[in-house]
Design a protein around this ligand. Structure first.
Ligand code: DNO
Length: 355
């Protein structure tokens, strides 16, 4: 595994000087979050970010994310220009050594939560999602921009964005994604970059919007839409694990050759469409991170992995899910697990799947 942590940029409350002290960290996952979707990242901006990381001795191999614009997802008038801009950003990051680009194809919103600081009873807090609370959200008020979202919406913008999906069902959204893949995957292949789509979070439709990457069948459709190792998956155990019918170990086994990036996150399911996030440790939530890691190690999947969404502990304040302390604990846990699995494999080699 290539051990990474996400850094949101110069305004991230976690300084790079602290990230570099995390044991065994191979690199940082970051993006130019201030550039709006549909606009190309300039080579100067990309080079400046790479230089900033290099000053701290941190490498940048993974971008999360180059955002996909609404025009691309809806097949709007600016679609071709926005794809061209996306490709320009892709070329710029490949030039500074990036080999994995995470993105998502969730309409209007990126991931969604209904509580960003739910007390867990021990003085810590974590993010939570509750379907009944979601249904009560008044979309007429718009949605504020959150740090980890590509964008926020004023009431008028949100109404317009939702209206654009009035006649877009799941099949049409998949057509738009397939067209996007036909345009970008060949470029990625030529550049030696793997594109890693992030699953829908939560893994079901919200606000009546179509969502197509949330179970094995949906992921199969996306991977089959363009058969190339460069058309790959971000295996997010937290997003997929919020649904009890997603068997993560079976999915990791099936998709191993196409997993280009791993988000290791744990969630406790509290209802069919309700959950909260937890520590990464076994038993803290319902996700079997050890089981998933065992599959990946056995299959020889050697890709970037980052512990995702920790709790807020020890009084740390910051971007929900992205405090340093609990993510660092999660990383150490995962590193220990992987070391144990690798030592076992060295002592008792077992046949490895070819990937
Ligand atoms: C949440 C993240 C997502 C992810 C995007 C990928 O914390 O996992 O925001 O970065 O969905 O495009």
């Amino acid at each position: 595994m290539n051990w990474t942590l996400r850094w949101f940029g110069p305004h991230d409350p976690v300084p790079l000087a602290h990230l570099r002290q995390v044991p065994g960290l191979d690199g940082v996952v970051t993006a130019l979050a201030d550039v709006p979707a549909g606009t190309a990242w300039s080579r100067a901006q990309v080079a400046a970010r790479a230089a900033r990381l290099a000053e701290h001795g941190l490498s940048w191999r993974v971008v999360e994310s180059i955002p996909v614009s609404e025009a691309i997802k809806t097949g709007g008038a600016e679609r071709d220009d926005h794809v061209a801009a996306w490709v320009e950003s892709l070329r710029a990051v490949a030039d500074v050594g990036v080999t994995t680009v995470c993105y998502n194809f969730m309409p209007v919103l990126d991931w969604m939560r209904t509580d960003f600081a739910m007390p867990l009873g021990d003085g810590s807090n974590a993010m939570a999602y509750d379907e009944a609370t979601l249904q009560r959200i008044d979309l007429a008020a718009g949605l504020p921009r959150l740090e980890a979202w590509a964008q926020g919406y004023t009431p008028t913008e949100l109404r317009a964005a939702l209206e654009r999906y009035a006649d877009i069902d799941e099949a049409r959204l998949l057509d738009h994604l397939s067209a996007f893949l036909r345009d970008v995957v060949p470029v990625a292949e030529a550049l030696g970059v793997r594109l890693a789509i992030h699953p829908d979070d939560p893994p079901w439709s919200i606000f009546g919007l179509p969502r197509i990457v949330n179970d094995a069948a949906g992921i199969r459709r996306v991977l089959d839409a363009f058969d190339s190792p460069a058309n790959a998956l971000t295996f997010c155990t937290g997003a997929l694990g919020a649904r009890s019918d997603n068997d993560l170990v079976a999915m990791a086994t099936e998709f191993a050759p196409r997993i280009a990036f791993v988000h290791a996150r744990n969630v406790r399911r509290t209802g069919v469409r309700d959950f909260h996030e937890t520590a990464h440790l076994r038993g803290a939530g319902d996700v079997d991170l050890g089981g998933v890691l065992a599959v990946l190690v056995e299959a020889g999947v050697d890709v970037p992995l980052r512990p995702d969404h920790g709790r807020m502990i020890w009084g740390e304040a910051g971007i929900p899910g992205y405090g340093l302390y609990d993510r660092a604990l999660g990383l150490a846990y995962l590193q220990g697990l992987a070391e144990g699995l690798e030592r076992r494999r060295e002592a008792h080699p077992f046949p490895r799947a070819r990937v």
